[in-house]
Design a protein around this ligand. Structure first.
Ligand SMILES: Nc1ncnc2c1ncn2[C@@H]1O[C@H](COP(=O)(O)OP(=O)(O)OP(=O)(O)O)[C@@H](O)[C@H]1O
Ligand SMILES: [Mg+2]
Length: 524
């Protein structure tokens, strides 16, 4: 290949697309100069199509340096809007624009480029941006080619840096999900072996993200032949006498959606006139048989399992016979249908680890396999920090990573909240580079905000693991007594390690990141 060709390898060559691009340039003559500005950035258009005869859609493939700098992972959608008065409805149709793209063309989720003659377009985009859920950057058309390119970069920096992507309180999947490869690999292996699994961990440790990502990967392999039903049990009523009927009606609704989408038999489930476990199980069997016949696999994931099972106090004093009955139904369905499996997630591992539940044998005891969500590895955390940072036009120095790691020690909640705090500081907002000093100076502010939340997290751990948290307090206040007691509380000590409340290091046992933070403030 000639050198000039190599230098221009980013340029669009496909004849068909070039023809569409020419038509776009007829409708919007400035697109020609904008394309040249993209070339300055080693980027180019990769798609163009008319949307409704007036509005045009395009895709831009940014060069590698720009993609890396701003964390762009896909082609970026560009809208050519002819109107002098830009209206929010133009942007709210984004999903429709994206779904009109040819199969396999994915537009970046975070970013949209827009060309519009409205003189107030910049101010409008600025004021709409908090509610958009993505960043819309205007592609200018005035000035020299170089100025258009520079203004695009400045627009990317200012728009991307105005959002704090470290602040994310919902479970994450796909490109927002980082690391956890070991546990995902093991869970996929166990599901294939037809073993029921539990994913347990402290509040905000990443349980829901793991099972959602597991579901995404499981279905992604063959979505027509795989049904993943995820049910969050947090919405169950607190009054135990109402739980069974609500649980069954919720599950029935969730299964019906999954089965109907794939044309599976739902007659029995749809006509079920009881909200009790037994009849529900029999109706579900009819659908599962049909799934087996059509070689469709089904996984039921039950999140926030403590809302069903109850806390340690409920387990000791209440009567919730529906809990072992329900778990028994799950177990027998898994045993009878080789195309069905289940996974549980939540804080408490009582569903798997307790021999007895509410005065009955626990059907899952020593049968289902528990996994515990602990800290993330330094390289996983670093990748998250860098990539999320680049989507906000933020760079981290290597010494900043070190201070982050020494402070948060792999705890995802601590890490994201501290990164969010650091990135809002004045000096980082200005320079877009995070130094070790920036992290160090944000720590006291962050601790004041975060300690009360960590106290709440330990309080909720105590509701499910009271003996463990008492042992943890003994460890912090009286290590000699802890050592003596640990011979008698083997299960509880194991829990402390598995839940990342204690860690075994070369120097001996130390507190995990959350209790360590509390103990630093005499709150443990
Ligand atoms: N693998 C991950 N990659 C990136 N961020 C993550 C990951 N796992 C968790 N997080 C971050 O932690 C937050 C909590 O995650 P998630 O909701 O999955 O935890 P959880 O244990 O289910 O919490 P809860 O106790 O509230 O149910 C998410 O909003 C996200 O910011
Ligand atoms: Mg959760």
């Amino acid at each position: 290949m000639a050198e000039s060709d190599q230098l221009e390898e980013y340029r669009l060559r496909d004849a068909g697309t070039l023809r569409h691009l020419e038509r776009l340039q007829l409708a919007f003559p400035t697109a020609k100069r904008q394309r040249e500005a993209l070339w300055v950035l080693k980027s180019d258009f990769s798609y163009a199509a008319s949307w409704d005869g007036r509005l045009w859609l395009g895709l831009v493939r940014f060069g590698r340096n720009i993609e890396r700098r701003f964390g762009i992972t896909n082609e970026v959608l560009i809208l050519y809007v002819p109107y002098y008065d830009l209206q929010p409805r133009i942007l709210s149709a984004l999903d429709a624009y994206k779904s009109s793209l040819p199969a396999g063309r994915l537009a970046d989720k975070q970013l949209l480029l827009i060309h519009c003659p409205d003189p107030d377009a910049d101010a409008k985009l600025e004021s709409w941006s908090p509610s958009l859920g993505f960043s819309a950057v205007r592609l200018s058309s005035v000035g020299t080619i170089e100025e258009i390119a520079e203004r695009l970069i400045a627009g990317l920096v200012s728009r991307l840096s105005s959002r704090n992507l470290y602040e994310e309180s919902l479970a994450v999947t796909g490109m927002d999900f980082y690391g956890r490869e070991d546990i995902l690999r093991q869970l996929i292996f166990e599901l294939r072996q037809r073993n029921v699994c539990g994913v347990f961990g402290l509040r905000k440790s990443g349980k829901t993200s793991i099972i959602k990502e597991l579901g995404r990967r499981f279905q992604g392999e063959d979505s027509g032949a795989r049904i993943f039903v995820l049910r969050d049990m947090e919405t169950l009523p607190t009054d135990p006498s109402l739980v069974e009927s609500r649980l069954i009606s919720d599950l029935r609704a969730s299964f019906l959606v999954g089965f109907r989408e794939r044309g599976i038999r739902t007659h029995e489930l749809a006509n079920l006139d009881s909200n009790e476990i037994g009849p529900f199980r029999r109706a579900l069997e009819a659908s599962l048989s049909d799934c087996r016949h059509r070689q469709v696999q089904v996984v039921l994931a039950l999140d926030e399992v403590e809302s069903l099972v109850g806390d340690a106090k409920a387990l000791a004093s209440e009567d919730r016979a529906y809990v072992p009955e329900f778990l028994g139904a799950i177990r027998s369905l898994v045993q009878e249908y080789d195309n069905f499996n289940a996974i549980l997630a939540g804080i408490t591992d009582a569903t798997v680890e307790r021999g007895q539940l509410y005065g009955r044998e626990n059907p899952l005891f020593s049968w289902a396999k528990p996994f515990y969500v602990g800290g993330m590895k330094p390289d996983e955390i670093e990748r998250l920090t860098v990539q999320i940072g680049s989507r906000m036009a933020l760079r981290w120095s290597s010494s900043a990573h070190t201070v982050m790691h020494e402070t948060c020690r792999g705890n995802i909640f601590l890490h994201r909240t501290l990164a969010a705090e650091v990135s809002t500081s004045d000096s980082v907002s200005r320079s877009r580079v995070v130094t070790a000093e920036d992290v160090a100076s944000a720590i006291p502010r962050w601790q004041r905000k975060i300690v009360p939340r960590v106290r709440e997290m330990i309080a909720s751990t105590r509701r499910h693991y009271p003996v463990e948290v008492e042992m943890l307090e003994t460890f912090a206040s009286d290590p000699a007594t802890f050592t003596e007691l640990s011979n008698y509380y083997l299960d509880e000590i194991n829990h402390l390690y598995e839940l990342d409340l204690l860690r075994d290091e070369a120097t001996g046992t130390i507190l995990g990141p959350l209790p360590q933070l509390l103990s630093q403030f005499q709150q443990l």
